[in-house]
Design a protein around this ligand. Structure first.
Ligand SMILES: CC(C)(COP(=O)(O)OP(=O)(O)OC[C@H]1O[C@@H](n2cnc3c(N)ncnc32)[C@H](O)[C@@H]1OP(=O)(O)O)[C@@H](O)C(=O)NCCC(=O)NCCS
Length: 305
């Protein structure tokens, strides 16, 4: 199990280790901390057995179990792991705090750090939480973090709310605007390629078109204020845009089909490993000098589930 260190204003979350066992026994010493769990972890033996199971976790890289430390002292435990209750593809969050440290927003801070990790480092599309109907503190916590309640059901031997958090747009790019010398040519090359990759036409004006995918959109515009007629990708400014393009075979197919849509290959003699032996990508340039890189999924990327 490999989980990275996560830092917040007041906390450090680091991977659970065997030497944390007795500290975790202390976290669960109050029976209330495991009140909504199937096992009573205020019993040190049951708690140690639970820590052992957590230490034996072998899920996808970047998921697993963290201790929550404040000023070097273990005050809680948290996890992100494929859900045993929902489906192996869905990653579930969990958090437990020594009640001596409750009521200060520390559990919220720790859970928020796990969500950021899940959405930014792991690129997960969603994080799930199962919260016992009567677990008021935890229900408040997920509400504070913006989880959406999507229903209820019997889980972990009792009635639970099922909640989900989705990545937010905050900090992601809103749009990119490219000024082009010929709108029709730009539309033929960019429009074809982006549509192939699942983008949809978003806005159309007399001098511009945009396509959108997720929270961001890309505009090509033939602005009347344009001061030049060519784009030099080697001059200061934008060199190229790189897009996720699916499995290597799909990149090969797109690179081939792109030739009929205003693109020509770059670095063809080194295709498909121009960017290095582990990098499968197609580099293309359109008639106006704009470069696009189509990046294949890496077989090394571990996906949960
Ligand atoms: C669920 C659990 C972690 C929540 O602990 P908590 O102390 O309520 O949560 P936080 O540390 O985020 O503190 C939140 C409280 O601190 C207050 N608070 C103070 N400063 C705060 C800050 N800077 N930010 C957020 N909240 C703050 C909040 O208002 C809230 O109080 P309230 O419940 O009266 O509204 C804890 O009850 C627990 O360990 N329960 C047992 C295990 C469990 O059930 N886990 C969940 C399984 S799904």
């Amino acid at each position: 199990m490999t989980v990275p260190d996560l830092r917040t204003a007041r906390l450090r979350l680091r991977g659970l280790e065997p030497t944390d066992t007795e500290a975790i026994v202390r976290v669960f010493a109050d029976p209330d901390t495991s009140r909504f769990l199937a096992a009573d972890l205020s019993d040190p033996d049951q708690c140690r057995a639970s820590v052992e199971r957590r230490l034996a976790y072998t899920g996808p890289d970047g998921t697993g179990h963290w201790v929550v430390e404040r000023d070097g002292v273990v005050i809680g435990l948290a996890h992100l792991r494929p859900s045993a209750e929902l489906s192996g593809d869905l990653v579930e969050i969990g958090y437990f705090l020594d009640p001596a440290h409750g009521g200060q927003g520390l559990a919220t801070e720790a859970a928020a750090a796990l969500l950021r990790h899940a959405f930014t480092a792991l690129g997960l599309p969603a994080v799930w939480a199962l919260v016992h109907e009567s677990n008021v503190a935890s229900r408040k916590l997920v509400r504070r973090l913006g989880f959406t309640d999507v229903g209820g059901g019997e889980h972990y031997g009792g009635p639970h709310r099922v909640l989900v958090a989705l990545p937010t747009a905050l900090g992601q790019w809103h749009h990119v605007e490219l000024w082009v010398p010929d709108l029709a040519r730009a539309e033929e090359s960019f429009g074809w390629l982006l549509t192939e990759l699942g983008w949809q036409e978003h806005q159309r004006r007399r001098d511009g078109v945009s396509w959108k995918l997720g929270v961001g959109y890309l505009v090509v515009q033939q602005s009347p204020a344009l001061t030049g007629a060519t784009h030099d990708r080697r001059a200061p400014g934008l060199n190229h845009l790189a897009l996720h393009a699916g499995p290597p075979e799909r990149v090969d197919q797109l690179a081939d089909a792109a030739l009929a849509h205003g693109w020509r290959p770059l670095f063809a003699d080194r295709y498909p490993h121009t960017g290095g032996p582990d990098h499968h990508a197609a580099y293309l340039e359109n008639a106006d000098g704009f470069e696009i890189e189509l990046v294949a999924e890496s077989p090394r990327v571990t996906r949960p589930g």
